[in-house]
Design a protein around this ligand. Structure first.
Ligand SMILES: Nc1ncnc2c1ncn2[C@@H]1O[C@H](COP(=O)(O)OP(=O)(O)OP(=O)(O)O)[C@@H](O)[C@H]1O
Ligand SMILES: [Mg+2]
Length: 757
């Protein structure tokens, strides 16, 4: 309700965002490392100058007036007239694609770039956002014949970037996606034998290493957005370093005789590292003083505004700024960056609620959310043009921060917040990843601004002060230093590599390695001498976290893969199944009672999946999409999670089929034990014994935990529990809980092993 109250002040928000004049000379910062980054990034310098010189302070009106009469009728009518004149027509007609390509800043450097890449094994390319790196460089290299008969891979940290860039480059080449230009991302691939330019996620190319350790079908690997320093990018960078040594020096494979060695000399690898915001010197040094190329300039300016005062409520500020743009500024779509799904959903409600109250002469607003948990078809909706006469308002997490061009976006609103994954090992035995909201880095701020100004001049409204920008760290800490390494360690073991010995650009912490080794040993993926077991190799084939991969492997031993696949798919979905808050908890528990299983939450999930499937098959009273939605709402269930889970399950069944594992085997109705035993095999770190006082003590860790009030076992006392996760509030709660027997724990090989030690 607080949000609704805030809406009332909608036409007064300008004063809250534009206040004291800014004394800045327009330059985004002072000395030291910031200047170093600026030298690489002329974009922000010049644009901040433009903002400061042109308007002096705060967020102005497009005509240059800073504080027009808030909410004045004249102002609104004027905006409406502008919009009427050209709502959809507001966008200039785009030039033909060939002409657009030639106008990109990178086109001027085409010959020089091609020549340097021809000459060097590794090249580092830094160019401003929108200058044409990702779309053009692969085409230049293909057209210049540098790729020979091989494929050019361009890696992206995110799926949506890989698929949308492949679509764009296919258009530029005048071919369908999946032909000359294709993509490959987790659970989706569009390539063929004729594919020569392939956009891939960094995770997919790491997976390819498992079947081809020299990546021999690729003649060029372009590591794009390398500044993001995801764990997978770092793994890839380290592997590319050793692949170059082997392929380009012609040492052959480990088994390689002379024949092989000679063959590989004829198939050298070229690596290109790209980004708009990269510490180029660091990468250059890592690759033996590799050549660094800078692409100057951008096609369209981006004017950047900062607030004069810091904002307390970034969701509310974003809403006000959006409506300021909507009522005062010329046509053009808006992209708002928020930290996470919850904020996006709140803002979506606020913007929609207010848009219904807009005067009739103001154009409508099409609100589109964009976050990782959304199904791919909903994500791709952001690329479609706004409905006629409406303004698109995209609410995104940092999934839209780098790489992509969203047609129509002229304005970016940056809240300055993001969610960061961080591993916490505190009191939990082996630890877990958390997602915490925090301030972004300068590099992120620049990337976000760079999503505007791609088809014409753009504007970026930062909901933080210029001083706040200057005090942000230049770039984020690499993921390898802050997330759990279990999954990567398993993949590396399959490649015969040692995480401790690999030549990373930044080394992982020794503690993280030790914790990952311990977890894999407990799961049975490694033996006493830290070597990969056959079970470990099977686990690595499933695109699941190692704990769940172990559960799935165990389900084949216990005869219940059919049930486990349904449960794991829900647990692997990016949003939660149970809509849970304190106010509605009782009602939710009541309405879900028909699904409740005696053993707890996991079998309850299975019952829900079965019921949902029946409804989808038209067996219930609820018909069609609306019926399903209504059904989910009544039981306080998240339909998005269920529909995503069914997609994940289909993919996992496909993997089992490829591995010749019969996933159709079922334990049969009401047979909980095999399912629970399988779960325990994976969640062995996540089990606790009942204590005399009714709390539970972790089996493998020191913590005392309580069952979360949202669990169906909340008020029960059972000898042993296993749980999906721990939640920290005033105490430690276990969420997603099932009861298991003591004998099930005692039967587990790892405990037997422990006792015999
Ligand atoms: N889907 C698209 N629709 C329209 N124009 C596009 C599209 N994709 C790219 N472009 C045009 O091509 C330009 C270059 O895009 P590209 O992705 O190659 O830039 P980049 O240098 O890689 O930027 P970034 O650093 O942000 O990733 C864009 O600024 C835009 O003008
Ligand atoms: Mg790019």
């Amino acid at each position: 309700m607080a949000k609704v109250a805030a809406l009332k002040g909608i036409f007064n928000f300008r004063s809250s965002l534009s206040s004291t004049p800014k004394k800045s000379n327009g330059h985004g910062g002072g000395s030291g490392s910031h200047t170093k980054l600026k030298r690489r990034l002329s974009l922000i310098d010049s644009d901040e100058c433009a903002a400061s010189k042109g308007h002096g302070n705060g967020f102005p009106s497009p005509n240059g007036t800073i504080n027009g009469r808030p909410g004045s009728k004249k102002m609104r009518l004027q905006s409406a007239r502008d919009a009427e004149r050209s709502p959809a027509k507001g966008h200039k007609r785009q030039a033909p694609v060939k002409e657009q390509r030639e106008k990109l800043p990178i086109a001027l450097g085409r010959d020089a770039i091609v020549e340097e890449i021809r000459r060097n094994d590794v090249t580092i390319l830094v160019g401003e956002t929108g200058s044409g790196k990702t779309t053009q460089v692969p085409q230049y290299l293909l057209e210049a014949g540098i790729a020979g008969d091989g494929v050019i891979a361009i890696t992206q940290p995110r799926k949506v970037a890989a698929t949308s860039l492949a679509a764009r480059v296919a258009v530029e080449q005048g071919v369908p996606v999946g032909g000359l230009v294709g993509y490959s991302v987790r659970f989706d691939e569009s390539t063929s034998n004729s594919t020569r330019i392939k956009y891939v996620t960094d995770g997919m190319i790491i997976r390819e290493l498992l079947s081809d350790e020299l990546l021999s079908k690729y003649s060029i690997v372009i590591v794009d957005e390398a500044h993001e320093r995801t764990l997978r990018t770092d793994l890839l960078l380290a592997n590319l370093k050793s692949i170059i040594k082997r392929r380009n020096a012609g040492e052959g494979t480990s088994k390689g005789g002379k024949e092989k060695g000679r063959a590989q000399r004829t198939n050298p690898l070229k690596v290109v590292i790209m980004s708009a915001t990269l510490d180029a010197e660091k990468f250059s040094k890592y690759y033996g003083n590799a050549k660094v190329l800078y692409v100057q300039g951008r096609q369209h300016p981006v004017t950047i505004y900062h607030t004069a005062a810091s904002q307390q409520d970034y969701v509310d500020s974003a809403m006000r700024t959006f409506y300021q743009i909507h009522t005062d500024w010329p046509p053009g779509d808006v992209l708002i960056f928020l930290p996470g799904q919850e904020d996006i959903e709140n803002l979506e409600k606020s913007v929609e609620l207010y848009s219904k109250r807009l005067p009739v002469d103001i154009p409508g607003v099409a609100v589109l959310p964009m976050y990782a948990a959304l199904p791919p078809n909903q994500q791709s909706a952001i690329f479609a043009p706004a409905p006629h006469g409406m303004r698109k308002c995209i609410l995104a997490t940092n999934i839209a921060e780098t790489s992509i061009t969203i047609p129509g976006i002229k304005y970016v609103i940056d809240t300055g917040k993001c969610k960061e994954k961080r591993y916490i090992s505190r009191d939990t035995g082996t630890g877990f990843d958390t997602l915490l909201t925090k301030d972004i880095t300068q590099s992120s701020a620049m990337q976000r601004a760079g999503r505007a100004g791609r088809e014409g001049p753009g504007y970026c409204f930062r909901l933080y002060t210029e001083d706040a920008f200057k005090s942000m760290p230049l770039s984020a800490e690499p993921e390898i230093r802050r997330v759990t390494l279990t999954s990567s360690l398993l993949q590396l073991k399959c490649l015969g590599q040692d995480l401790e010995k690999l030549d990373f650009i930044d080394k992982p912490e020794q503690d993280s390695i030790a914790s990952a080794l311990a977890t894999l040993y407990l799961l049975g993926a490694l033996d006493d001498s830290k070597s990969l077991t056959p079970l470990g190799r099977t686990m690595a084939h499933f695109p699941l976290e190692p704990t769940y991969a172990r559960t799935l492997a165990a389900s084949f031993e216990h005869g219940c893969p059919s049930e486990i696949l349904s449960i794991l798919s829900v647990l692997s979905a990016s949003s939660k199944l149970f809509i849970d808050n304190t106010d509605t908890r009782e009602a939710a528990s009541e309405s879900r009672s028909k699904f409740r299983a005696v053993s707890g939450d996991h079998m309850t999930i299975l019952n829900i999946v079965k019921a949902y499937e029946e409804i989808r098959e038209g067996k219930g009273h609820e018909k069609g999409k609306a019926g399903r939605r209504e059904w989910c709402k009544r039981q306080f269930l998240n339909e998005r999670c269920l529909s995503e889970a069914l997609e994940i399950r289909a993919q996992l069944r496909g993997v089992c089929e490829r591995m010749k594992m019969d996933w159709t085997v079922s334990a049969g109705e009401g047979n909980d034990q095999p399912v629970l035993k399988s779960l325990l095999s994976g969640l062995v770190n996540q089990a606790a014994f009942l204590q005399a006082d009714g709390s539970y003590k972790q089996i493998m860790g020191p913590s005392i935990v309580k069952i979360h009030p949202s669990s169906s076992l909340c008020d029960k006392k059972v000898p042993v529990i296993l749980y999906d996760e721990l939640v920290y509030t005033s105490q430690i709660y276990a969420r997603g809980v099932s009861a298991i027997s003591r004998s099930a724990v005692q039967e587990l090989a790892v405990f037997k092993r422990r006792h015999s030690d």
